[in-house]
Design a protein. Structure first.
Ligand SMILES: [Zn+2]
Ligand SMILES: [Zn+2]
Length: 248
């Protein structure tokens, strides 16, 4: 009996929802909002709680209500106008099949890790290109650099072009590796969490880069520095590509 079978059975029981063409965008939208919400609360109460300030990367910066609302509306608009039609169309052409058996735990962990490493490499190449070619930077990537001190809701403050590539990379890798649908869902949840953590503006003792040994993971401290300096730390998560290219 597979360890993940009970979890997979619970997910499969909601087949009506899973088969809906709106499921991908609802799933990623709800996950993104749920991960951003605690940081939005911290940003709102943080200004009045000095104990929290020692974890802030920019201790004197708190996003204004206007900045939070602008990012939220920007993300909502892009998801409804661009992402929803594309994912619905893709779903319509080839809705996924849902096998009865859950994936093995080892298979799930190795596939999620492989998807993250591939995503990191693909975005690294995209990101370097969009910084080195001035036209690409000005036209497609500059908007994400509007916030030099990032906060959680700034994670998806992106051009449609950039958001589309992020979506493409994150859906390509599970397909290439032949991942189980449960593995694909968990990879997407982890990927959304890590992208929000990269921008959250807080460096906690339990932040991912402090939990991964050997300095292999850059996370929030590295990506926050990218927003300030622009010419370093191009990889979103891991550090090996920046080490190899001398941009760490
Ligand atoms: Zn960023
Ligand atoms: Zn950048």
């Amino acid at each position: 009996v597979r360890l993940l079978q009970p979890l997979w059975d619970v997910v499969r029981a909601r087949e009506g929802l899973l088969q809906s063409p709106f499921f991908p965008v609802l799933f990623s939208g709800a996950t993104y909002t749920a991960f951003c919400l605690p940081f939005v609360v911290l940003d709102v109460v943080g200004a009045r709680a000095p104990a929290l300030r020692k974890y802030k990367i920019h201790p004197n910066f708190y996003p204004s209500a206007g900045q939070l609302l602008l990012c939220l509306l920007h993300t909502l608009y892009q998801h409804v106008v661009f992402i929803l039609p594309v994912t619905a169309l893709r779903w319509h052409w080839g809705p996924p099949s849902w096998p009865a058996a859950a994936p093995g735990l080892g298979e799930l962990l190795s596939h999620v890790t492989a998807c993250l490493l591939l995503f990191d490499a693909e975005f690294f190449v995209w990101h370097v290109l969009h910084h080195k070619v001035p036209w690409l930077y000005q036209t497609f990537h500059k908007v994400h650099h509007k916030n030099t001190a990032p906060f959680a809701l700034a994670t998806q403050y992106l051009s449609v072009w950039e958001l589309s590539f992020l979506g493409f990379f994150s859906s390509l890798n599970p397909t290439l590796l032949g991942c189980h649908p449960l593995t694909t869902m968990i990879f997407n949840v982890v990927n959304i969490w890590l992208s929000v953590e990269d921008h959250c503006g807080y460096d906690f003792p339990w932040s991912t880069h402090r939990l991964v040994p050997g300095g292999w993971y850059g996370g929030v401290s590295h990506h926050d520095l990218h927003h300030r300096k622009i010419n370093c730390n191009y990889a979103p998560y891991f550090t090996h590509w920046d080490k190899l290219l001398g941009t760490l």
